[in-house]
Design a protein around this ligand. Sequence first.
Ligand code: ADP
Ligand code: AMP
Length: 213
Amino acid sequence: MIVVFLGPPGSGKGTQAKGLSRQLGLVHISTGDLLREAVRKGTELGKRAREYMERGELVPDSLMIALIEEVMPQEGGFILDGFPRTVMQALALEEMLKKHGKELDKVVLFELPEGVVVDRLSGRLTCQGCGAVYHVKYNPPKEEGICDLCGSKLVQREDDKEEVVRRRYKVYKEQTQPLVEFYRGRNILTSLDAGQSLEEVSRRLLEVLKNGG
Ligand code: ADP
Ligand code: AMP
């Protein structure tokens, strides 16, 4: 199964993809995680992507499409989390899959209003070591500031500061939201209310992925 998680920043795509990929045996591909790793390692991609990410803008399509081409698994299913984010990326993805005799099975839209986005992201804590995601109120670690999974320090992402969050939401509305109509037109879009509890969103997601809705 090949699935895309679509939705504004902070809507829970990464959190759900991390849990679900284990449960369903799917590879989790988060372009945000891959870019942050590239920035940390100081690779060519990291150097080119860094400024866009700090400003809360999208990294150019050409870089993102090349990245997905490089990491897309040859065998088995996967969840794309954070890609595509523009119509150009969506078209490139279709081409790429077609070339390998595959197609996208499903797109899940995580719906969340702007007010909740800010609340979610201003409380998000990310593990410096393994990238696990927590929330100070909604999903706190067992020990304050420390990752339950690997024991590394939890930090606030630079782009989770409020002014950058507002910019990211605006970029989502302008450049990524058109994909909702794009995938509706392909008849593979299902939306879910991402404002529910973590458990409720997981339950609904499993229903959508296992039974088609
Ligand atoms: P995205 O990958 O879509 O940007 P995340 O999965 O990182 O979003 O979630 C953003 C923040 O919201 C994190 O701090 C996460 O712990 C929290 N979160 C995710 N889903 C829920 C939920 N259903 N209810 C409350 N908080 C949530
Ligand atoms: P995320 O972790 O998904 O919130 O992504 C963090 C940042 O990485 C975004 O604000 C963008 O700057 C960049 N990014 C991630 N995925 C993409 C993409 N598909 N296209 C362009 N930029 C991206």
